[in-house]
Design a protein around this ligand. Structure first.
Ligand SMILES: NC(=O)c1ccc[n+]([C@@H]2O[C@H](COP(=O)([O-])OP(=O)(O)OC[C@H]3O[C@@H](n4cnc5c(N)ncnc54)[C@H](O)[C@@H]3O)[C@@H](O)[C@H]2O)c1
Length: 322
């Protein structure tokens, strides 16, 4: 598993270990935490290191790869495109060459709903046009296409999972998303609530939506982890290359999220409405039918469960750091 010391990867490591799979994590630890990999084997290194990847696959008898490692900041990708094309695209291309050289022909890839750009129709199906609006999204779309070509030419079989908005934390509050690096709504809203040092900015309340704020599909990180297990099983049973949306199928507005946090926490989230932000799609949420049909997977956690787990995790982080 590449990037297994990061947010979504570490939840997937746990889920795999809980069902008894052997897991070896390859992570630079640049943005990950070695404590998060639990009892999985950790190899500290880069996906672009061909010899390390080949040796790791051979030494640990790897039969499938789950590929999380990437940079993920949309804003940064527009300021430093080369950094994103190098790590996310060229790093992935090198990884795939190395795993094929080691005889591994199955890969589950972390893609993103951002490949759709601003969707014309919601819920979004996998047939919607791919129209990235950032270098980050483009890097994901490019890797999907690289994987498809390697499927045609080299016999690689892959599942590209287009995550909607990952959120939440493990139910025991042991692992979760570090708000230091996050620009996502839920960690930032909880930060505003718990620290009170800065207001949450809500980018626009005059969109054509029921409450005027943008609508997204928040998916619990443990549901994402479960989808990776289902994808590995799908490939192990001979499944062909496919792309799959991972979302709940339910859209929640920014103001819904704030109200839910306030209800769960019993305290207000300090926030203020500011101007719309360029490039924000008004409304996007997944059609999860393909995931159900192909992977037999569907989300189990709703927004309340996501927020309860995230709040517990952030409160616990504050307690242990003080
Ligand atoms: N978090 C989200 O909402 C979201 C949504 C859609 C897609 N994704 C994708 O899911 C994946 C995981 O996201 P996350 O939120 O867990 O991110 P994260 O930053 O927490 O984890 C990424 C991990 O990859 C490692 N890494 C980065 N480059 C590496 C390299 N070259 N070699 C080895 N390790 C490297 C980092 O150290 C980190 O531990 C990413 O590919 C991301 O683009 C995330």
């Amino acid at each position: 598993m590449t990037g297994g010391a990061g947010y979504i990867g570490s939840h997937t490591v746990r889920a795999l270990r809980e069902r008894g799979d052997r897991v070896v994590v390859l992570d630079t630890l640049e943005l990950g935490n070695s404590d998060f990999v639990g009892d999985a084997t950790l190899v500290v290194g880069d996906i672009a290191d061909h010899d390390l990847v080949v040796d790791t696959c051979r030494e640990h008898d790897v039969d499938a790869v789950v590929h999380f490692a990437a940079y993920k900041s949309v804003g940064e990708s527009m300021q430093h495109p080369s950094k994103y094309f190098a790590n996310n695209v060229d790093g992935s291309r090198r990884l795939v060459d190395a795993v094929l050289a080691a005889g591994v022909d199955r890969i589950v890839f972390s893609s993103s709903c951002s490949v759709y750009g601003t969707p014309d129709i919601v819920p979004v199906t996998e047939e919607a046009s791919v129209d990235p609006e950032s270098v980050y999204a483009e890097s994901k779309a490019m890797v999907e296409r690289i994987l498809a070509w390697y499927g045609k030419i080299a016999g690689l079989r892959s599942v590209s999972l287009r995550y909607f908005n990952a959120a939440g934390a493990s139910s025991d509050a042991a692992i979760g998303e570090d708000w230091t690096y996050s620009i996502n709504l839920i960690p930032l809203a909880i930060r505003a609530l718990l620290l009170g040092d800065q207001e949450l900015q809500v980018f626009g309340d005059d969109y054509d939506t029921p409450d005027g704020s943008c609508i997204r599909d928040y998916i619990h990180v443990d549901d994402l982890a479960a989808a990776h297990l289902a994808s590995l099983d799908y490939l192990a049973s001979g499944g062909e290359t496919t792309v799959v949306n991972l979302g709940t199928g339910v859209g929640s507005s920014v103001l819904d999220v704030i109200r839910t946090i306030e209800r769960v926490a019993g305290r207000p989230v300090p926030h203020r409405i500011v101007d719309r932000r360029a490039g924000d799609p008004v409304e996007t949420y997944a059609d999860p039918a393909h995931a159900r049909n192909v992977l037999g997977w569907e989300a189990r956690h709703d927004l309340d469960a996501i927020i309860e787990s995230a709040l517990r995790w952030h409160e616990q982080q504050l307690t242990t750091s003080s």
